[in-house]
Design a protein around this ligand. Structure first.
Ligand code: UT7
Length: 329
């Protein structure tokens, strides 16, 4: 097993107070609490108010990490933000987050890998540490999907929520703690199964875009589901194989929280029993890049992850992108 180059130090999260429960969607769409719970496992999701921008939520999560690590924003030399719902298209939301946090010494940029964004960002941060480019890198996963969800489309609107989570990545030192293995994979041929057709440079905003609602997320749910199950299972195998670890050694599995049925299928394949799998999709819905760092922060605060715990993260999202990271906490 390779000696870790980078370790995760501390966690933080920000989730809005406002809640949309399934009953709310019954009032605006032809859907039911029963359908949503049975097909996805979701009961409610958090929805950002106007002032709760992605930069605001991300900065709040980062502040918590820094305060607990005894660092100031000026100690940070890198900010990597995984997101699919930037506050604006230029500059990256990481720049706005940097300003909001007052981390003026940090190089800051976004990583666009949809729901896999946090794990892709972790890998980028590990690379920055390995190359000596940075020593205190905030890795943030955040999304504000309520702003790009189509609230007239019952096949997508009910699934998504808002939030942000963060961790600090530092050199691993000589100990065993840190990132043991990473696996990243992409298949761009399947991009249009989960995407936003309009709003970018290919289709700048116009009247037609508003009429056709191409600004919003479109998803072929069943196809995404099948690919997610297959790819997340494969990603678990790869990260474990690379580190020479068997699934039954994993203390906590933190999968991307999109659907309880995908989570259960992934855990079964990886030979991780459900009592070692962290699930909060019922409370937050699918928060895309935020789902893993929010879950990680909850696990740490609940004492489910302790020093020495072996933690496996796995994600799947638009692109398609998928990823897994194995960490000794
Ligand atoms: O985060 C990135 C990755 N994203 C995901 O992993 C999401 C993956 N996909 C899923 O989680 C599931 O596919 C969904 C939860 C989105 C849908 O569940 P499903 O079991 O795949 O349902 P379906 O799309 O096959 O739809 C079954 C039926 C359809 O009606 P018909 O054609 O059988 O008459 C849909 O129109 O359910 C209908 N339906 C709904 N009914 C009530 C779809 N959405 C709703 C709804 N309420 N909200």
């Amino acid at each position: 097993m390779k000696r870790p180059i980078a370790q995760l130090v501390g966690t933080g999260r920000y989730t809005p107070e406002k809640i949309f429960d399934n009953a709310y969607f019954e009032t605006i769409l032809d859907t039911s609490d029963e359908w949503i719970r049975e097909r996805s496992g979701i009961r409610e999701r958090r929805i950002a108010e106007e002032h709760e921008t992605l930069a605001y939520m991300g900065a709040a999560a980062c502040r918590q990490v820094l305060d607990e690590a005894g660092l100031t924003p000026l100690d940070v030399d890198g900010i990597v933000l995984g997101t699919a719902s930037p506050d604006r298209l230029l500059p990256s939301t990481a720049c706005d987050l940097q300003a909001e946090l007052g981390a003026h010494n940090a190089a800051a940029f976004d990583v666009a890998a949809a729901c896999s964004g946090f794990l892709y960002s972790l890998s980028v941060a590990e690379g920055m540490i390995a190359s000596g480019t940075a020593e205190n890198v905030l890795v943030v996963g955040g999304d504000r999907l309520s702003k790009i969800a189509d609230y007239t489309d019952r096949t997508t609107a009910v699934l998504f929520g808002d939030g942000a989570g963060a961790t600090l990545v530092q050199p691993a030192g000589n100990g065993k703690r840190g990132i043991l293995s990473t696996y990243l994979k992409t298949d761009g041929r399947l991009a249009e199964l989960l995407y936003r057709p309009g709003g970018g440079a290919n289709h700048p905003p116009d009247e037609q875009m508003l009429q056709d609602r191409t600004y919003f997320i479109r998803m072929a749910g069943r196809e995404v589901f099948k690919n997610a199950v297959r790819s997340m299972a494969d990603a678990c195998d790869r990260a474990l194989e690379k580190a020479g670890v068997h699934g039954d050694e994993v203390d906590v599995l933190i999968p991307h929280q999109a659907n309880i049925r995908i989570i259960e299928a992934t855990a079964k394949h990886a030979h991780v029993p459900m009592d070692k799998v962290y699930v909060n999709v019922d409370r937050y819905g699918n928060t895309s890049a935020a789902s893993i760092p929010i879950a990680l922060d909850e696990c740490v605060r609940e004492g489910r992850i302790k020093e020495g715990s072996l933690v496996l993260f796995v994600a799947f999202g638009g692109g398609f992108t998928w990823a897994s990271v194995l960490v000794r906490w």
